[in-house]
Design a protein around this ligand. Structure first.
Ligand SMILES: Nc1ccn([C@H]2C[C@H](O)[C@@H](COP(=O)(O)OP(=O)(O)OP(=O)(O)O)O2)c(=O)n1
Length: 448
């Protein structure tokens, strides 16, 4: 891979409209387009870990995205400075590297549904059940779409939002630059093609899928135009990751793993001692308690968190440098955190979070509630789509109740023409909801 391609600031097919301005490069425009968008704003009421929590100090996806973008910028500056020293990129281009990573980080969770991971599972389970039932619009839904619908993926929904749904709808979406789009993709493969590779190939980009069939063409154009290597076997393809996607992933890992622990203290799931046992070895501050005798527990945790993030950023930059040859030719297949000197500390945090945080009774109860909310909404919406398709996509011929329902819940039927586009539209609607709005709509549909 070559940096002159990887850092391409052009917008696929739209560059004649937006030639890059010297005082406002494309990555800054991209950052602003993402920041000002409605799906980004809705992240303010989407679960990070704790669904429907009342405590305003806990993270939601919006603040997490901003923090990730901030850490991503530091990772980008560190790596960019080193690339400049080696003459891999031109002098001053470190700011482009940092800006591209920062923008991709800002968008990284934009496709997340309400209620976090349990929301993703709930959407996938509903489709799996409906596909097995083979009724209505699911009767003629082609098999090629089953996998991507049965395992709803927030990453693929995010790709769809930035490239299709927002701003210039169906005409490039936010029209971000190719470098930002490619750095956003952690899993450069569709669900169907991934299914044909996972048994034979071990590659970090195949852990999940990141592209729906509906966006495959856009994805393929971006990846091939900046010359990211493609692995092709018997008509199936997946792509290697853009090198900066490893920095986006690292920024996300650093932020959520460390901040989940701090939130765990705020929510009462972790004691101060438990948090300090996890963060102090990572921060590596000697005589910590003696150094900060005046600080209360929350303040001490804030210091540990800040130093731990800084240490983790430095470790990830080192891993990028040490494994540069593999990263640049697409062979590297670990997360930077897993390959770093701080990996054991992160593994300890993950183990404790799995044991105490993600399985706490209150969280599990709220997740069950969230799942029922999502299933209730999906069941309530389905008649609109069935009726619309049965009436050859003519809204005027729909039953009066379905028309009323459509108006009440404000679904968008503009792109619905067949069973697949109906399913995509259902996913767009439900995954776009905030936690609070989902509960409100579920109440209107009288489900819980
Ligand atoms: N049972 C679980 C598992 C995870 N989380 C939280 C922990 C993190 O705050 C966040 C991680 O979510 P991401 O969407 O960032 O997921 P990953 O990084 O694990 O996966 P991906 O590769 O899809 O981004 O979800 C949770 O609340 N409950």
């Amino acid at each position: 891979m070559e940096w002159c391609k990887l850092l391409d600031g052009q917008r696929l097919g739209y560059n004649e409209l937006y030639s890059e301005q010297a005082d406002r490069p494309s990555y800054i425009q991209d950052y602003d387009r993402i920041l000002f968008s409605a799906p980004f704003r809705r992240l303010a009421n989407k679960t990070q870990v704790h669904p429907l929590y009342e405590n305003d100090h806990l993270h939601h996806r919006l603040i997490h995205s901003l923090e990730t973008a901030s850490v991503g910028r530091s990772l980008g500056i560190g790596v960019g400075a080193w690339l400049e020293e080696r003459n891999e990129i031109e002098k001053g281009e470190r700011h482009r590297v940092a800006g591209v990573v920062q923008a991709a980080c800002l968008a990284h969770d934009i496709g997340n549904p309400p209620f976090g991971h349990s929301g993703e599972d709930a959407i996938g389970q509903w489709f799996k059940y409906k596909i097995a039932e083979k009724k209505g619009i699911f009767l003629d839904l082609p098999v090629e779409f089953h996998e991507e619908l049965s395992n709803f993926e927030g990453n693929a929904q995010g790709f769809r939002i930035i490239n299709q749904l927002e701003m210039y709808r169906n005409d490039g979406g936010m029209r971000l630059s190719k470098s930002v789009i490619a750095s956003f993709v952690k899993y450069p493969v569709t669900a169907e093609m991934r299914g044909n590779f996972i048994n034979s190939q071990e590659y970090c980009g195949l852990k999940k899928f990141g592209i729906f069939k509906s966006e495959f063409k856009i994805f393929e154009k971006v990846f091939s135009s900046i010359e990211i290597p493609c692995v092709s076997e018997a008509g199936n393809k997946y792509w290697r990751r853009h090198p900066l996607a490893f920095l986006v992933e690292a920024a996300d890992d650093i932020c959520y793993k460390i901040l989940d622990v701090e939130d765990g203290f705020t929510s009462g799931d972790f004691s101060y001692d438990q948090v300090s046992d996890m963060l102090l070895p990572l921060a590596g501050i000697e005589d910590f308690c003696q150094k900060y005798p005046e600080q209360n527990e929350g303040e001490k945790i804030a210091i540990l968190r800040a130093v731990a993030i800084n240490k983790s950023i430095k470790s990830c930059i080192d891993v990028f440098k040490e494994n540069y040859d593999e990263i640049i030719d697409g062979r590297f297949s670990l997360s930077l955190i897993d390959a770093s000197s701080v990996s054991d500390f992160f593994r300890n945090i993950t183990d404790n979070s799995n044991k105490k945080l993600f399985t706490s009774k209150r969280k599990v109860e709220l997740e069950v509630f969230g799942r029922n909310v999502i299933h209730g909404i999906l069941n309530g919406l389905l008649p609109i789509y069935e009726d619309y398709i049965n009436n050859n996509c003519n809204e005027d011929s729909m039953s009066s109740y379905c028309r009323q329902l459509k108006k009440a819940v404000a679904v968008d039927l503009r792109d619905v023409r067949d069973s697949y586009s109906a399913c995509r539209s259902i996913c767009d609607y439900v995954s776009g909801m905030t936690d609070r709005y989902a509960v409100k709509v579920a109440k209107m549909l009288m489900v819980s």
